[in-house]
Design a protein around this ligand. Structure first.
Ligand SMILES: Nc1ncnc2c1ncn2[C@@H]1O[C@H](COP(=O)(O)OP(=O)(O)OP(=O)(O)O)[C@@H](O)[C@H]1O
Ligand SMILES: [Mg+2]
Length: 383
């Protein structure tokens, strides 16, 4: 059993607040990804958990016991750093064996454990090589073996895949599953997080913006920041029309949710995923009409930039059999969208308040005729 709790963690570098009150619980055997833009405090959080930085406030607990005063080598954690840190003068075998020798294990046992760890990361043949005789990805896998061989309660991985290709992501997930180890995995790559994580903690400017399953983070980003950061999203400024319970978005008029919480004239943002925009032949009031700007062939589908004056360029996707050309007239209508209170331009700038104070978005789904089919609304759980 290894349940990790991070409780109201605070870390400042002089005047720079790097981590501003982060609380997280990682379940036994869970792979949690911390995802966020450069400089948001991911590595700092991880280093505090590993004991490589001292916190200015808060606690780190393993199975309910505080470990925050323990030095790194006495913590039940093992860390793979952002920049791989193998000892260049040691062969692979000795790099991996290092921590076991410090623990005075006997030679035969070290031999067996190192062999197993190298097997696990798929590099048993590299044991006699030096780090500079390995590729970046191979070095990263050896760094992973070196952490795993210690059989830590918690594995901390700081961007371990930045040197690995997509196929190796699956491998790391398989290894993590097989070993069943509680893990925190830091990345700024949202695709990586969506593909490997059990849950994602989206971090922004030292705070958590959302902690959820990959599906929930993608389907219902809690804030505009998350909506903008995770996956492709069309973010359109909108005005709320109370009398019609509708949103004016450029020339389109979109139905509002069943219980709209905004006053007439409220400035809102409508968020539409590219896959939720469908081509229509008879454009109704919910349609956006424009001209195809760019077509990008992405293998199994095509991504289209549709220029819609005066609003914006919409990103949408069409199947492989659809061959729109640049300049073609096209109309599209959303089948699902989220509505956020407030407008920001660009949306990522208003993060600070949005991350902590914003109400969750309202969701609207439309049928083929552009009528709202269901209007789920999630109210803030306040008093
Ligand atoms: N040793 C340090 N001294 C002073 N400031 C630091 C130090 N380490 C990090 N910072 C600052 O703290 C903030 C968080 O840094 P951190 O390394 O945790 O970011 P990150 O999310 O890991 O970013 P990246 O994706 O680029 O690795 C940044 O503003 C950074 O400049
Ligand atoms: Mg970092």
């Amino acid at each position: 059993m290894a349940v990790l709790e991070i409780v109201d963690l605070i870390k400042n570098y002089g005047q720079v607040p790097a981590v501003r009150g982060v609380s997280l619980r990682v379940e036994d055997g869970e792979l949690l990804c911390i995802l966020g833009p450069s400089g948001c405090g991911k590595s700092t959080s991880l280093r505090v958990v590993g004991g490589f930085e001292q916190a200015d406030g808060g606690d780190v607990r393993l199975d309910g016991r505080s470990i925050i005063l323990l030095p790194p080598n006495r913590r039940p954690t093992a860390m793979v750093f952002q920049k791989y840190t193998l000892w260049p003068h040691m062969r692979v075998f000795d790099n991996v064996a290092f921590g076991l020798r410090l623990r005075h294990l006997d030679k035969a046992l070290i031999e067996r454990k190192v062999g197993e760890a190298l097997e696990l990361v798929g590099l048993p043949q590299a044991r006699r090589r030096y780090p500079n005789q390995l590729s970046g990805g191979e070095q990263q896998r050896i760094a992973l073996a070196r952490a795993l061989v210690l059989e830590p309660g918690v594995l901390l991985l700081d961007e371990p895949l930045s040197n690995l290709d997509a196929r190796l992501r699956e491998e790391i997930k398989r290894i993590q599953r097989r070993v069943g180890i509680t893990s925190i995995f830091v990345t700024h790559d949202q695709e990586e997080a969506l593909s490997v994580a059990d849950r994602i903690a989206v971090m922004d400017q030292g705070r958590l913006a959302q902690v959820d399953t990959p599906e929930a983070v993608y389907d219902r980003p809690r804030t505009l920041f998350v909506a903008d950061f995770i996956g492709r999203m069309n973010l359109l400024p909108a005005t709320y029309l109370h009398a019609q319970n509708a949103l004016r978005v450029g020339t389109a008029l979109l139905p509002g949710p069943a219980a709209a919480p905004w006053p007439d004239g409220a400035a809102l943002t409508v968020a539409i995923r590219p896959e939720d925009l469908h081509r229509v032949t008879l454009p109704g009031p919910t349609a956006f009409s424009g001209h195809v700007d760019v077509v990008m062939d992405l293998g199994h589908y095509r991504q289209i930039g549709l220029h819609v004056p005066p609003v914006t360029t919409l990103t949408m996707i069409v199947g492989k059999d659809d061959h729109p050309a640049s300049g073609d007239a096209m109309s599209v209508a959303p089948v699902r969208y989220l509505i956020y209170a407030g407008q920001t331009s660009p949306p990522t700038q208003a993060v600070d308040t949005l991350a902590t104070e914003a109400s969750p978005p309202e969701e609207v789904r439309l049928d083929a005729r552009g009528h709202a089919t269901e209007a789920l609304s999630e109210r803030p759980a306040r008093g």
